[in-house]
Write a protein that binds this ligand. Structure first.
Ligand code: NAP
Length: 246
C-alpha cells in the first residue's frame, strides 16, 4: 500500500488526513494517509524510512526547518524557503526527497476571483512560512506588500505597535498569516483598528478552523469582503496530489 502523511507538531485537528483518506476510499486508491506528530525533527529519518512512502505534507512549525533534510528543492520552494509538500522518488536503489510549495497555488486560487484593481497595497500579518507564499502571489499581481511582525523592524516589516488606523485605511487587502484565533483559541482576536475597515477592504484569514475567526467577524461587521483559508487548503492539497502523481 502506498503511504502518505503529514509532518507537524500538533495535528489532532488537521484537515489533510481525512481529506486524503476519504479520497482514497471514494476513488478505490490503495493508499493511506497518516499524521506524524513530531516534537522536533530529530527523528525525521524514521518517517522518511516508512515502507511505501510516496509523499508528505509539512505544516507548522516545520515548513522552513525541513529544508536541510531534503535532497532537492523545486525552484519555487527554494525561492520562498518554505516547503509544504515532499515527493519521494526511488531510482536504482536510491531514494530522493524533493521539496515543493503548493501554498502559492492554493492562495492564488483563493484570491483570484476576489482581487480588484483598488487592492493596490496589502498588509500581511506575520512573517512565517505561509506569509512568504502569500507575498509571492501578491507581488506577482504587482501589489505593494508590507508586513506586521513581533520581530525587529526592517524595510517593509513593521511592529504591531506601529500599526495605526491610517495604516489600515491605506491597506485595502489585509491577510492574517498568524495562528491567532485558530482553534482552540477562539477568543483570541488580531489587534487592529477595526473601525478603519470599510467595504473596500478584502480581509483574508488563512485559518480555516474556525470558519470565521473574530478577525473576520469584526471585519465583516464593518462591511469588508472576508475569506477564510478553506479554499486555499483544498487547492494546496489537490496540487500536492498532482505533484505526487507526476
Ligand atoms: P509559521 O511559519 O509558524 O508562521 C506564523 C507566523 O505568525 C510567525 O512567524 C509569527 O510571525 C506570527 N505569529 C505566531 N504567533 C503569533 C502571535 N501569538 N501573535 C502574533 N503573531 C504571531 O506558520 P505558517 O505555516 O506560516 O502558518 C500560519 C497560519 O496560516 C496557521 O494558522 C496555518 O494554519 C495557516 N495556514 C493555512 C493554510 C491554508 O491552506 N489555509 C496554509 C498555510 C498556513 P512573526 O514572528 O513575524 O511575529
Amino acid at each position: 500500500m502506498t503511504q502518505y502523511g503529514l509532518i507537524g507538531r500538533s495535528l489532532s485537528h488537521s484537515f489533510s488526513s481525512s481529506f486524503f483518506n476519504k479520497k482514497f476510499k471514494e476513488e478505490n486508491i490503495n493508499a493511506s494517509y497518516a499524521n506524524y506528530e513530531l516534537e522536533t525533527l530529530d527523528n525525521i529519518k524514521d518517517v522518511f524510512q516508512i515502507n511505501g512512502l510516496n509523499g508528505l505534507n509539512v505544516t507548522i512549525p516545520y515548513k522552513e526547518q525541513i529544508i536541510p533534510f531534503l535532497d532537492k528543492l523545486d525552484p519555487l520552494a527554494e525561492k520562498l524557503g518554505s516547503v509544504n509538500t515532499i515527493k519521494v522518488t526511488r531510482e536504482k536503489g536510491k531514494t530522493e526527497f524533493k521539496g515543493f510549495n503548493t501554498d502559492v497555488f492554493g492562495f492564488h486560487q483563493l484570491i483570484r476571483t476576489y482581487f480588484k484593481q483598488h487592492h493596490e497595497k496589502a498588509l500581511i500579518l506575520g512573517t512565517g512560512g505561509a506569509s512568504k507564499a502569500v507575498a509571492h502571489v501578491l507581488l506577482e499581481y504587482g501589489i505593494d506588500v508590507n508586513f506586521i511582525s513581533r520581530k525587529q523592524k526592517q524595510k517593509n516589516i513593521y511592529n504591531w505597535e506601529e500599526m495605526n488606523a491610517y495604516f489600515i485605511k491605506h491597506h485595502l487587502l489585509i491577510v492574517n498569516t498568524t495562528p491567532v484565533g485558530m482553534f482552540p483559541d477562539l477568543d483570541k482576536k488580531i489587534p487592529i483598528f477595526y473601525d478603519a475597515i470599510n467595504s473596500k477592504h478584502l480581509v483574508i484569514d488563512l485559518i480555516y478552523n474556525p470558519k470565521e475567526t473574530l478577525f473576520l467577524k469584526e471585519s465583516k461587521n464593518r462591511g469588508a469582503i472576508t475569506l477564510n483559508g478553506e479554499a486555499m487548503l483544498i487547492n494546496q492539497a489537490f496540487k500536492s496530489w498532482e505533484i505526487w502523481n507526476q
